[in-house]
Design a protein around this ligand. Structure first.
Ligand SMILES: Cc1ncc(COP(=O)(O)O)c(C=O)c1O
Length: 386
């Protein structure tokens, strides 16, 4: 592959582009994690991070990817043999429920077509039918990164209330946090799971869980073996700005800087920017004459757009051409969508000009891959941004 000039465009839906400011913060010399400077750093982060989750509850950080945070949510609150209700909205919903099964939980995975979000009506019906109140938790992926379909967590919570069911609500906000509004408190979510490499604009390596009082109370009863994932020692060490193990100090430098950036822009402006870029991307897809994976306009994702290709066109080939000729990484289709689908990430450290460059690269890659496009997608996006 011949070298291509210019910056690499990392337009996968996570990891996302890491801002220079954050990279510079991460490159600082590592400090002693038992000293006062580190305690100040932890406190600054833990004071400010809950706002991004829409909560005043604590957020527990792990040196882990999102999968580790999934596990933490399950093993802290549930016990082997507990029943959980999950919805197959896409690849990540499947993976999370697969992990739950491997941890000894009994999963009711409601099948889905990977093009719609969770139906609140379904949640209510299934919880009402659980007369003995055996379902211990409902698992929902807020933004399905594989399909770019969002599920309405507020409606799920309302359905749980309508069924008067005491199950915990566990939500994966891995690709929505810091890109879309996540309202842990208002939606009365018990555990919100996320990770560093998407809206938070950091490299991979931090897993996060926001935990409600009800979740902390459930943790006192759960009998899963938690090992490393136990919240309790983290929460107690955090009170003094410490961790019960050697923390990922340099990622925490980065997180401190990323929180500064989110505060400077303001979360409402961050969310509006993501919505705008998602709308402009969809305008481009429509102008190209291609189809979105998401078929429900009320469920469009603001951080990623999954695009369906016609006939025998191959999404992997579009992604390979984009990478090799234009120095841009796109997301390939995952699981059941491998082959006909590719995904454009428009999240995190991203602006109008980067979006236009991204869509220009997509259009070039589509043409080079021989995908017939009917119109000028970049022009449609420009018109929308203007
Ligand atoms: C919605 C969602 N949940 C969970 C994960 C798993 O996170 P990780 O790959 O960081 O373990 C991902 C990864 O992309 C994701 O998009």
């Amino acid at each position: 592959v011949a070298p291509v000039g210019g910056e690499h465009f990392l337009q996968t839906p996570g990891p996302s582009n890491v801002p220079g400011r954050v990279l510079r913060a991460i490159s600082r010399p590592t400090i002693d994690h038992r000293g006062p400077e580190f305690a100040g750093l932890t406190k600054r982060i833990l004071d400010r991070l809950p706002a991004v989750f829409g909560t005043s509850s604590p957020v527990v950080l792990y040196p882990a990817s999102g999968t580790g945070a999934w596990q933490a949510a399950l093993v802290n609150t549930l016990s082997p043999g507990d029943r959980v209700l999950a919805f197959e909205t896409g690849h990540f919903a499947r993976l999370w429920s697969g992990l739950a099964e491997r941890l000894g939980l009994v999963v009711d995975l409601v099948p889905g077509d990977w093009r719609h979000g969770v139906e609140a009506r379904d949640v209510e019906e299934r919880l009402r039918a659980d007369r003995n109140r055996q379902i211990a938790a409902v698992l929902i992926v807020h933004n399905e990164t594989s399909t770019s379909v969002c599920s309405d967590i507020e409606a799920v919570r309302a359905a749980m209330d309508a069924a008067d069911h005491p199950a915990l609500l566990l939500v994966d906000a891995v690709s929505s946090l810091a890109s879309m509004a996540v309202e842990h408190d208002r939606w009365r979510v018990d555990v919100t799971v996320s990770s560093s490499q998407k809206g938070l604009m950091l490299p991979p390596g931090l897993g996060l869980t926001a935990v409600s009082e009800k979740a902390v109370a459930a943790a006192k009863r759960s009998t899963s073996s938690r090992g490393y994932w136990d919240w309790e020692p983290v929460l107690s060490a955090n009170a003094a700005g410490m961790f019960p193990y050697t923390p990922p100090t340099n990622l925490l430098f980065g997180l401190d800087e990323a929180l500064d950036m989110l505060e400077e822009e303001g979360l409402p402006a961050v969310f509006a920017r993501h919505q705008r870029h998602a709308a402009a991307t969809r305008a481009a897809v429509e102008a190209w004459g291609l189809e979105l994976v998401c078929v429900d306009p009320s469920a469009y994702s603001a951080s990623v757009t999954a695009v369906m290709l016609p006939g025998s066109s191959d999404g992997d080939r579009v992604c390979a051409i984009s990478r090799d000729r234009f120095n841009m990484s796109l997301g390939i289709g995952l699981g059941r969508l491998a082959g006909p689908v590719f995904r454009v990430g428009h999240l995190g450290h991203f602006g109008d000009l980067a979006l236009i460059g991204t869509l220009g690269g997509v259009e070039l890659a589509l043409r080079a891959a021989g995908v017939e496009v009917s119109g000028d997608g970049v022009r449609a996006a420009l018109d929308m941004l203007a």
